[in-house]
Design a protein around this ligand. Structure first.
Ligand code: ZN
Ligand code: ZN
Length: 643
């Protein structure tokens, strides 16, 4: 009996998680010698090899079978097909499969083998062949094939019909796979129709449906389903928390996280949950919440996870605490290119270009190769600080030292950098040198520069290209109208406003928020809905008086701020960021720095006013607008009035 062969003993002594299989094998081989029994033994061994992913052992068993002249039947051949297909030896598996008598198990092994090894087209082609040969696919084959159709809606729909016709109407796994297929194709209504018809649903099918909604931003539907879920597990909580974070419902994602913990949900969130929460905190500039998440991560098993460390560095930088970000960065030894880049980008956004450049040099010394995003980060750091020479150095180094071909984003950074420095013509020339079609952000950067430096000729060109590329973008109209207004071309301004009205284009409403004692307070222009409204407006009046004494003159050239008719002089002093700052002044300790976030670019008057506020109130003020951080202190801003 071969079981006494030293090689076989070795096979049996290798660590197995399935001792009962080996016991069975031992029993059978000791007590039998008939070829049928031997055949079973080999089948068991091959099965065990698949389970343990012991591929070389499996191959050795196959060799032994050939040497011993074991009689091959469909049963044994299928086992070999399964093993080789799972192993990834697909051509070999296919030869065995084509040679033998085909059965549904073999078809499934081949199809899922192709699927698992990234050959989805081969898998779908084989499925077609299976259907042509009138073989009846079972549940497993169908589930595999449906999962392959996530980008092929037409094939997916045919499969759906097939699943129904084949009598699988109540097959939970198959129907869930179909719901997932429709969601992945973005066909949420088809997905929902099927979901609603399902006679039985489990936590997975609910979660698939919710994740589908969050992926395409249908948060109301996602919330409504989540609320109706009979039972929630970690995956469903995570899907909802991540969905909120990705769709800009940062506060909701944090609330959900707290609720999840209170609900005693047996499973903690996973890395994905933590990462989503950190992204949410970064988006909200919610430093306190971010710190809480950090504390949770330290207590969890993920405290050393590289991905989360990168997210933490990013969260601290975006929440205004660049020092904490740096501490975390310095304390880590596994710095990859993403962490270096995150730190460099953080310094750039805060306007600390010198630090960003220093870090870039250190990164090179450490032997870490900068990537495309690193260059965007360093270029925009130079841009925020107006460092033209340095910017060119990095721009050229990209191709020269790292063989990275500059993309549209890199050109946009350079255009921005040149434009800010007043080199509008040079910026325009650079755009003409871009080998590909320059995207909207390149022209937007140029238009911004034209507005800042009053260059109407180039500005008109840039605006024209933007109108072609993105006619619904309100920002283009506002910028161009600002250029006209600065030159006193009021008829052009009026014409633009009319075009905007005719095309039904609305400006994105501006709002600002401030986090005080873990509570987020949001303000819009002229907002009177806050419970402390009286105190806020009194504070604002008080401030304005003291600012005027210090030399502040409100920039009442209205068109420069806005196109909206309601934006009268009075309201100028009630811009959302001013309200948020006034609230910050009355609700925090006299020496505490105040940090607010604005969803749009800060207007010129608010910027000037905030400089005066930092002076008369003797407070440090940090404003994060859509582009960057402004650190206001003693009447000055870190951006050097360049933003
Ligand atoms: Zn403003
Ligand atoms: Zn500033």
């Amino acid at each position: 009996m071969w079981i006494h062969h030293p090689r076989a003993t070795h096979i049996l002594s290798w660590k197995s998680h399935q001792p009962h299989v080996w016991n069975l094998v031992k029993k059978r081989t000791y007590h039998s010698s008939s070829s049928t029994r031997e055949c079973f033994t080999y089948a068991y061994l091959l099965q065990a090899c698949v389970k343990e992913e012991a591929w070389s052992e499996g191959q050795r068993i196959h060799v032994r079978m050939i040497k011993r002249g074991v009689e091959m039947d469909t049963f044994l051949e299928t086992k070999l097909v399964i093993m080789y297909a799972k192993y990834g030896k697909l051509d070999f598996a296919r030869r065995l499969f084509e040679r033998g008598e085909k059965n549904v198990v073999g078809w499934n092994a081949m199809i899922s083998g192709y699927a698992q090894h990234g050959q989805s087209h081969a898998a779908l082609a084989l499925f077609k062949q299976m259907r042509m040969q009138k073989a009846v696919p079972d549940h497993f084959v169908l589930a595999t094939v449906v999962s392959l159709c996530e980008t092929e809606m037409q094939v997916g729909k045919q499969l759906h019909a097939h699943v129904m016709a084949a009598g699988f109407q109540s097959d939970l796994v198959l129907l869930t796979a179909l719901v997932r297929m429709y969601s992945a194709c973005g066909a949420m209504d088809d997905a929902r129709q099927l979901f609603d018809k399902m006679s039985r649903r489990d936590v997975i099918s609910w979660t698939v449906m919710i994740a589908g909604y969050t992926k395409c931003g249908r948060m109301e539907d996602a919330f409504s389903l989540f609320g109706r879920m009979p039972r929630r597990d970690a995956a469903s909580w995570n899907a909802m928390i991540a969905g909120c974070a990705q769709n800009g419902y940062g506060a909701a994602s944090f609330t959900l996280f707290c609720t999840m913990q209170r609900s005693g949900c047996a499973a903690r969130p996973n890395q994905g949950t933590y990462a989503a929460l950190l992204i949410a905190c970064a988006g909200l500039s919610a430093l306190d919440q971010g710190k809480q998440v950090h504390a949770h991560i330290i207590k969890s098993q993920f405290w050393s996870d590289a991905l989360l460390r990168n997210a933490l560095v990013d969260m601290y930088a975006k929440s205004g605490s660049i020092q904490d970000s740096r501490l975390l960065f310095d304390g880590s030894f596994d710095r990859d290119v993403i962490r270096w880049t995150t730190m460099i980008a953080g310094y750039g956004k805060h306007g600390f270009a010198a630090e960003a450049i220093h870090l870039f040099d250190q990164m090179q010394k450490a032997g870490v190769k900068p990537n495309h995003i690193t260059f965007i980060s360093i270029l925009s750091a130079c841009s925020h600080a107006g460092l033209v020479e340095q910017g060119w150095r990095f721009f050229h180094s990209m191709t020269k030292d790292y063989n990275i071909v500059p993309r549209a984003e890199d050109y946009a950074c350079m255009v921005d950098l040149l434009g800010r420095a007043g080199k509008v013509e040079e910026a325009h020339n650079l755009i003409n040198k871009i080998p590909t079609e320059p995207g909207a952000h390149v022209w937007a950067a140029l238009l911004g520069a034209c507005r800042a430096h009053g260059n109407m000729e180039v500005g008109k060109v840039a605006a024209q290209r933007l109108f072609e590329l993105n006619p619904q973008q309100a920002g283009t109209y506002v910028e161009l109208s600002n250029i006209y207004a600065a030159s006193g071309m009021w008829d052009h301004v009026a014409q633009l406003r009319k075009t905007m009205e005719d095309r039904g284009i609305r400006k994105q409403p501006g709002y600002s928020w401030i986090v005080v004692e873990k509570c987020t307070h949001v303000f819009v222009v002229g907002d009177r809905s806050h419970p402390q409204t009286e105190a806020i407006y009194t504070m604002l009046e008080n401030l304005t008086r003291r600012m005027k004494e210090a030399g502040y003159i409100p920039d009442t050239d209205l068109v420069l701020h806005d196109l909206e008719e309601e934006e009268k002089e009075g309201i100028l002093s009630h811009h959302s960021e001013k309200l948020a700052i006034a609230f910050g002044l009355i609700s925090t300790h006299p020496r505490e720095p105040i940090q607010i976030v604005k969803n749009l670019r800060m207007c010129i008057d608010c910027h000037t006013a905030t400089k005066f506020i930092s002076k008369v109130s003797e407070r440090k003020l940090v404003v994060r607008d859509v582009n960057r951080f402004h650190h206001f202190r003693e009447g000055l801003c870190s951006c050097g009035d360049y933003w």
